[in-house]
Design a protein around this ligand. Structure first.
Ligand code: NAD
Ligand code: MG
Length: 394
């Protein structure tokens, strides 16, 4: 039995992971499930899946979960906070950690799992964007196994040769990262100022958490994915080309020096990359319907418009600058998206806010976790001040 800890079990990826695991109850066993604040939701998951441990973001929420579990006489150890997350990510009986917390909060427990040599199924792209070098070093030094769950990166991984040893060593000349373009790829630009959180969270092809849905609408998600791909596949930003592909059937492609281009296709459903990463190198049923190409009928491709999607340009800029610049970009974006979701910032003010934060907070080499976390904090402070000051942004 493979022991699995799910960081972010109540989220979109967490729930899909539990669904896939449940289909293969003889193969996978939930060791720990974690949530930030939703006590009742995690309680229900604990009753259904019976992990050994549960972790809540804060101690008072953990206390409430303990009482709920005691009231039905279910014995599950409940921990709290970053220390609790790190503990369940590194338990001896945890073979595999699904890193599905959204945002910077996922960094420390995922890093702990890397240092402890676990198999890491990485959905939490923000962790890698913030501290790519430190994270990849921890994976190597800890003897961990890193499998991408983000659908594009999982597709790229599947299209790379066994024993991949860097792009050049494998005859790879480039990576094509596909992007749906989100809900606003055809919306007139003058309407961007009025876009609401509900509209931004209604993605045409994927059902996801609110933060990544907004990132998909601004295409910051694709920008973060460019940075993620640079670290996962040891590529330079200019070796990664973003291609618009509105159907989300081709999840990404790898180009080889002989002219071959390999792609991974499937219905847009995260259970496919989750099942792939859980069972790799084996293949298991994910519950996803088989792809019917005749029904899909056509696949379209286009060039992303950087005037429409300035966040993509900013992410390429951060990838090129390196050091703590991607962490600053990510922190400013997290603040901007949260403010947009709370209706304190206009949709078309997200990119200017990120850009101004990048101009005001100078980056430096990302040679320690402290440096990364300090610049993350500085960028959050600056972004919040800018939201408070600039009336024009609202
Ligand atoms: P979500 O919002 O649905 O779920 C987030 C989870 O993280 C929840 O369980 C929540 O309780 C937990 N969480 C949030 N803040 C926390 C904090 N401060 N401390 C501890 N736990 C916290 O998000 P999601 O859509 O499942 O996405 C999760 C991650 O996976 C993100 O990094 C996202 O970019 C990535 N991802 C998601 C998808 C998708 O289809 N949903 C696809 C690719 C990558
Ligand atoms: Mg993706």
């Amino acid at each position: 039995m493979i022991g699995v800890t799910i960081l972010g079990a109540t989220g979109s990826i967490g729930i899909s992971t539990l669904e896939v695991m449940k289909r293969h109850g003889a193969r996978f066993r939930p060791v720990a499930l974690t949530a930030n604040s939703q006590v009742e939701r995690l309680f229900q998951l604990c009753i259904e899946h019976r992990p050994e441990y549960a972790v809540m973001g804060e101690e008072d929420a953990a206390q409430r979960l303990r009482e709920r579990l005691r009231s039905v006489a279910v014995d599950i150890e409940v921990l709290s906070g970053t220390e609790g997350l790190k503990r369940v990510a590194t338990l001896e009986q945890t073979d595999c950690v699904m890193a599905a917390i959204v945002g910077a909060a996922g960094l420390e427990p995922t890093l702990a799992a890397a240092r402890a040599g676990k198999r890491i199924l990485l959905a939490n792209k923000e962790a890698l964007v913030m501290s790519g070098r430190i994270f990849m070093d921890a994976v190597r030094q800890g003897g961990a196994e890193l499998l991408p769950v983000d659908s594009e990166h999982n597709a790229i991984f599947q299209c790379m040769p066994d024993g991949f040893s860097g792009l050049a060593g494998s005859g790879v000349t480039g990576i094509l990262l596909t992007a749906s373009g989100g809900p606003f790829r055809d919306t007139p630009l003058e309407r961007f100022a009025d876009i609401t959180p509900e509209q931004a969270c209604a993605h045409p092809n994927w059902e996801m958490g609110r933060k990544i849905s907004v990132d998909s609408a601004t295409m910051m998600n694709k920008g973060l994915e460019v940075i993620e791909a640079c670290w996962l596949f040891d590529a330079a930003p200019e070796q990664i080309r973003v291609v618009l592909h509105p159907q989300s059937v081709i999840h990404s492609l790898v180009q080889y020096s002989d002219g071959s281009v390999l792609a991974q296709l499937g219905n847009p459903d995260m259970r496919t990359p989750i099942a792939h990463a859980l069972a790799w190198p084996a293949r298991i049923d994910s519950g996803v319907a088989p792809l019917d190409l005749v029904e899909v009928a056509r696949l379209d491709f286009g060039e992303p418009d950087l005037a429409r999607f300035p966040c993509l340009r900013l992410a390429y800029q951060a990838a090129g600058a390196g050091g703590t610049c991607p962490a600053i970009l990510n922190a400013a974006n997290e603040v901007a998206v949260a403010a947009f979701l709370e209706r304190r910032l206009r949709f078309d003010a997200i990119a200017p806010l990120v850009e101004e934060t990048m101009q005001r907070v100078s980056s430096r080499p990302a040679d320690s976790l402290e440096a990364v976390l300090q610049d993350d904090t500085r960028a959050r402070e600056v972004a919040m001040q800018l939201i408070g000051r600039h009336d024009g942004l609202r």
